[in-house]
Design a protein around this ligand. Sequence first.
Ligand code: FAD
Ligand code: NAP
Length: 313
Amino acid sequence: MSETRHTKVLIIGSGPAGYTAGVYASRAMLSPILVQGMEPGGQLTTTTEVENWPGHSEIQGPDLMVNMETHARDMGTEIISDLITSLDMSKRPFTAQSDSGTVYTADAVILATGARAKWLGLESEEKFKGFGVSACATCDGFFYRNEEIVVIGGGNTAVEEALFLTNFASKVTLIHRRDELRAEKILIDRLEKNSKIEPLWFNELVEVVGDENPLGVTGVKTKNTQTGEITEIPCKGVFVAIGHAPANELVKDTLETHMGGYVVTKPDSTETSVPGIFAAGDLTDHKYRQAVTSAGMGCMAALEAERFLAGEE
Ligand code: FAD
Ligand code: NAP
């Protein structure tokens, strides 16, 4: 028989937004329940050094997230390893069904489901996912010692992944569709100084090629965005780093979204169009998408949830 748990505040997601909301909601004596989802700790668990979290010149992403989890737990957040599969916002209390069968009912909900890696959508990319195609250098880089690798993209993630992969690979080709990176200057400087990285400008991946038996990547075909010329590059690994899309599955049909699916919140607020439902972090943020801004929004969401509940009493 499925269990039903009631809480004043249900926090969905365990990235910087969710854990910060947990700290603030706990200190407001709201005894929040936080459901972690499939990726406990969120996106920062897929990276190495984080150099822009205030108070640490450098900290490993997974360590930072363990610290945040411990902090939220110590303050009184109940942290549950589960996945929310649906959320009914049509009546109060709000009802969330979960993968474990537990039903969570809540007077207020903080959505902090973050974002997930985007894929190019090529048939060959899908075919070789897990067999040479990856979106996580820290997870899979180790498998490519002394091999040639390509990275697709031109943002912070692509440049950081390319730099990290030089720890293993003999050569990293950074394939970007323009000749200008949108990564931060400090990362571009490091890229330019790294002799193992070779940029390939004005090129797009058109096909991942490989062997059938055993399944594995042997190279990629790219197309010049200006001339249409096809280039073949031998490689064993393909890392796709073309950005992230908001993880909005729970609310995409019920809450207003914009800019490719980001949940709309009221100006200077985490309030959504449904009173009592708040949204924080990368789920709502198409602009900054940083750990510190997500944490800031988690704080705002918990404070706003507290005021909302106090106003109802
Ligand atoms: P996320 O970190 O995306 O976490 C989302 C959480 O929601 C996860 O715990 C997931 O399990 C959970 N979830 C999703 N769906 C459900 C569900 N249905 N039920 C329950 N839980 C669910 N930012 C920086 O400031 N500095 C950096 O150095 C930096 N490096 C980065 C490196 C990489 C490789 C990447 C990908 C991002 C990096 N970022 C960095 C960006 C930063 O990680 C994000 O801005 C931040 O993690 C967003 O936090 P969030 O709490 O909104 O969500
Ligand atoms: P991003 O900034 O959105 O960059 C995505 C890159 O992929 C862009 O260069 C884009 O090209 C390219 N791209 C997008 N779609 C493509 C397609 N279909 N084919 C080919 N190329 C494509 O994403 P991100 O680098 O993952 O960063 C996401 C957020 O996390 C950002 O806010 C970033 O600052 C943050 N982050 C921060 C750090 C850090 O602080 N150290 C590290 C990682 C991530 P165009 O440039 O041509 O659009």
